[in-house]
Design a protein around this ligand. Sequence first.
Ligand SMILES: [Ca+2]
Length: 520
Amino acid sequence: MSTRLARGCPRHLGLPIRWFCVLMATLIAMKTYMLFAVRATLWALALLYSTLATPEARAAAPRLNVLFIATDDLNCSLGCYGHPLAKTPNLDRLAREGVRFDRAYCQFPLCSPSRTSLMTGLRPDTTQVFNLKKHFRSVLPDVVTLPQMFKNNGYFAARVGKIYHYGVPGDIGTSGLDDPPSWDKVINPRGRDKDEENKLINHTPKRGLGSSLSFLAAEGMDEEQTDGIGVTETIKLIETYKDRPFFLGMGFYRPHCPYVAPKKYFDLYPLEKIKVPAVDSSEPNRVPPLALGSTKPWPWFGVSESQAREAIQAYYASISFVDAQVGRLLETLERLKLRDRTVIVFWSDNGYHLGDHGLFKKQSTFENSARVPLIFAGPGVKAAGQTCARPVEFVDIYPTLADLCGLKPPANLAGVSLRPLLENPEARWERPAYTQVDRGGTPGHSVRTERWRYIEWGNGNDGAQLYDYQTDPNEERNLVGDPKYAGVVAEMKALVKKNWPADSYSNQAGNKPGKKAAKN
Ligand SMILES: [Ca+2]
């Protein structure tokens, strides 16, 4: 083009002007070629990006971290949940800085079924994990777990301690029933609590340590305990990977029994202040036998009131110890200025009875076993400082974290994102919460709405329960046989049927928990 333009320059003009024409023509041509080159490069880059980057990765910039804090067997005995004795300043602060769910329920109040459901985002009837032995990969080999989804999207995904199932205390220091495809890195802490099991006081010597009422007011520092070591390791991971998007799971072993914590935490709970709920000896007349079948012998595994009081003191001490370790994690995020780009979720795999209904521990469908603490904090949690009373489920955690971090979760998840409630805790919410247990192959299916809980044993063949929490928060009156509530029962029955169609009832057959299942 420049030659043509130069040729077009009249020959009668002087040589300087002709040279000027040639120069201008060359510059115009260069600009045209440069524009073309720039456009071509941009087009090629766009093509490359659209080919290589997944839709999830494109939507996720700038990417947020996830600090995923799991506790074992922690019920809602926390200051932020209104407990009169609990000393939990760090979790109380997290709740003030986030949204605390007041009616959060696990899908199955037993370690492995609960954790499997949460980590896959699928209900126990889909994972087929109803006990402590089966691994979900044997049923769902290609399932993409929550951390695996983050890992697949370029995150550094790591676990410290118990995220999937572990026998406690037997498997401490091992990988337990882990899922290697979920992680880039795993750390299995082991502390002096494991080495000092011979010092434990055990009020239930006939039971294995994993299901005992046993405890120790330990000598030494927090950082010598398994959970203290775990948090030290998690802090190191945060420091190392602070510039990468990370999904870090810190899985506490406490307050799962044996209730071991440094002595100073026991001092926070003078024995005379600990209250043990009175046993109502007429309760077995009001509920189906399977309803109280998680604590044998009933009540309280046969321990005395003073022994029960000591166990509860140790349980509370373990909670305050865990709280102090959570404080160390929060301080680390603050020191590294990561709080504004880190979503924090705090949860426990199941609730816990502390003498109420004559029960200890979990595996019941009463409120204290099915209800769990759940706190979300960080980016996207717009209603920080508020409490949500809507019933929510553990299967909602997977889609919520995906949503908050801009990732696309698998299409078949059982739950939904809680984002609407993190923005407005009073948002309209029609979903109830489902919790189930197993009694030697007989299912206990329960549904919880904001006001009611209905429980059905063995498809209704082994009895049912209905409680009105508006008038009976301690579940003292089983209303299921009262004609006045026939309408409510019919409504609740329909919800149970919706979640557990009759043909799914046989799912639990052949998954009998066996002797070991009762221990964790
Ligand atoms: Ca547990």
